[in-house]
Design a binder for this molecule. Structure first.
Ligand SMILES: [Zn+2]
Ligand SMILES: [Zn+2]
Length: 389
């Protein structure tokens, strides 16, 4: 059967899968229903199924022919702690949880490819379909790698995609080298001395000190980092106080930090610590900094990105394929798979009407029209990568 016909036949099932997953979102490392759902589908299609990697991760393995080559394709499966406001009839049944990043769609696309690959058996080698938990919070990719993902399931290369409502529908956006940033978080606590709001001279006011720290942090990117090094320092939260007549004991400032270069990453941590501690000292107070390094930068490999580009041009036409001039400042734990194996991560545009809500918005919904495109592209990618030669 032609691939397009096979995917067309599978469309009602793919939409049903996607909407079922959408109605039943689960947070990272707690995707038990999702995981069982995926395992059941893969088993029915004849895959060898391994569950339990990173708690709720699933790997479906399919061999064909005698080839020794292998490929891994990853879909993320977790949802977000967002209360859905789409009003869809298949909206989240769990208040406060939502598939607001389209991982329901990523999972359905890969299950669609799973069916087409199994039915066509048009490849020579081994395919590992990697359903990864906890992309949004706990770094499920790193946990899977640490638990021996690529020792147990050797992959010559790995690939992943993400839908992107800011890019035109059906557009493949790729980039050799850095594509997503490293992300870190600093929690700064300013330790003051509380008291009556009418007697500030008897206190050490952590709000004034904290405000000064927030402003000083703005100088790091503009004054300490090279203009050509993409960097973000965002104060995302400032908690202090409760009433106008009370000076609180402390203030807490939460900072999100994005970078690509490891020396820049080190410099950012150094400057944030120095500013927090020295600014606090200048107010006669003390600041403590809890600095946590999170996901590393996602760096695409050249040969595999060239492979995706060539295939996407044949698949969708050259007008639907763009090389991103800049990386995105968001982050992605697929970084850890790309540190272990060559591969490429790319975006698939989903903007059709222009009214689409962005990722992580309570009104966001994955565009089901992407399902056949993603399923067919993954099928062709695996088949082309493992083509008989
Ligand atoms: Zn997300
Ligand atoms: Zn996502």
């Amino acid at each position: 059967m032609k691939l397009s016909a096979a995917i067309d036949n599978a469309m009602p099932e793919l939409v049903a899968i996607r909407r079922d997953l959408h109605a039943h979102p689960e947070l990272g490392l707690a995707e038990t229903r999702t995981s069982a759902f995926i395992a059941r589908h893969l088993e029915a299609l004849g895959y060898a199924v391994t569950t339990g990697l990173a708690k709720t991760g699933v790997v479906g393995t399919l061999r064909n022919g005698t080839g020794s080559r292998s490929i891994g394709i990853r879909a993320d499966i977790d949802a977000l702690p967002i209360h859905e406001e789409t009003g869809l009839d298949y909206a989240s049944k769990t208040p406060g949880l939502m598939h607001a990043c389209g991982h329901d769609g990523h999972t359905a696309m890969l299950l669609g490819a799973a069916r087409a690959l199994a039915e066509r058996r048009n490849f020579d080698g081994t395919i590992h379909l990697i359903f990864q938990p906890a992309e949004e919070n706990f770094g499920g990719a790193k946990i899977m790698v640490d638990e021996g993902l690529f020792d147990r399931f050797p992959c010559d290369a790995v690939f992943a995609l993400h839908n992107e409502p800011n890019l035109p529908f059906g557009q493949f956006a790729l980039r050799e080298g850095p594509i997503m940033a490293a992300v870190d978080e600093a929690r700064i606590t300013v330790h003051g001395r509380g008291g009556h709001g009418a007697e500030p001279q008897e206190t050490a006011d952590p709000i004034v000190c904290g405000a000064s720290i927030v402003m000083a942090l703005q100088t790091i990117v503009s004054r300490n980092i090279h203009p050509m090094d993409p960097t973000v320092v965002t104060v995302g939260a400032f908690h202090a106080g409760s009433a106008s007549n009370i000076i609180p004991e402390r203030a807490e400032i939460v900072v999100g930090i994005r970078s690509f270069d490891s020396a820049v990453r080190d410099a950012l941590e150094r400057r944030i610590r120095m500013i927090a501690e020295a600014q606090a000292a200048s107010f006669g107070m003390r600041a403590t900094v809890d600095y946590e390094r999170s996901y590393d930068a996602t760096i695409n490999h050249k040969a595999e990105t060239d492979f995706v580009r060539d295939l996407a041009i044949r698949f969708a036409g050259a007008d639907k394929v763009v090389d991103l001039g800049r990386p995105f400042m968001g982050s992605e734990d697929f970084a850890y798979m790309l540190k272990e194996r060559p591969g490429s991560y790319f975006f698939l545009g989903s903007r059709a009407t222009g009214d689409e809500k962005p990722l992580h918005h309570p009104g966001y919904n994955f565009n089901d029209d992407l399902l056949p495109i993603g399923a067919a592209f993954w099928t062709e990618l695996a088949e082309a990568y493992l083509a008989r030669r």
